[in-house]
Design a protein around this ligand. Structure first.
Ligand SMILES: [Zn+2]
Length: 172
């Protein structure tokens, strides 16, 4: 994990993080916490198939995930998810808070940053997905395809599997 060594407010050296992850600055008496960064991802379902993406960039370049990304500071998660899907593949996704079926803390990237992945099941009844720069390719897949895909993160595979299951078995 990326270490915090200096106080962002006054530039003094920080003490080692305490058991709760906070690092104290003795100079200005502030405490700095290392929190997980929230991400949003969406299994977009249409006609019994779900949309998966091939990552164009590191980390995990060439491997499979679902459309989504990091929330901006202060951004509503649903609005952030709609923004990410629109930016990445040009689709308007229908999704609400009831569609959140997954919350997974995991590490990300070469410095093992902690992120909290919020997974949703959404719908996009219209339009064809068009990948933007950070997506190499998109594909509609069915339940029979899921085991052979090279998932960047296992929880995305779980999310798509859940999205393609009957509604009563989506949560868990
Ligand atoms: Zn300070």
């Amino acid at each position: 994990m990326k270490p915090f060594r200096f106080c962002p407010a006054c530039g003094s050296s920080l003490l080692e993080p305490d058991g709760e992850g906070g690092a104290h600055c003795e100079s200005c008496d502030r405490k700095w916490y290392r929190n997980m960064a929230p991400t949003v991802g969406c299994a977009i379902v249409r006609g019994g198939r779900a949309l998966i993406a091939v990552r164009a960039f590191e980390p995990e370049k060439g491997r499979i995930d679902v459309p989504g990304g990091f929330l901006r500071l202060g951004e509503d998660p649903i609005e952030g998810l709609k923004r990410e899907v629109s930016e990445e593949i040009g689709l308007e996704v229908e999704v609400s808070i009831e569609d959140c079926v997954q919350m997974v803390p995991h590490t990300y990237g070469s410095e093992d940053e902690w992120v909290l992945a919020l997974g949703f099941v959404g719908r996009a009844p219209e339009g064809e997905p068009v990948p933007a720069d950070d997506v190499a390719e998109v594909r509609w897949v069915g339940p029979e395809d899921l085991d052979s895909l090279d998932w960047a993160w296992g929880h995305d595979g779980d999310l798509v599997r859940r999205a393609l299951a009957p509604p009563s078995r989506r949560r868990g």
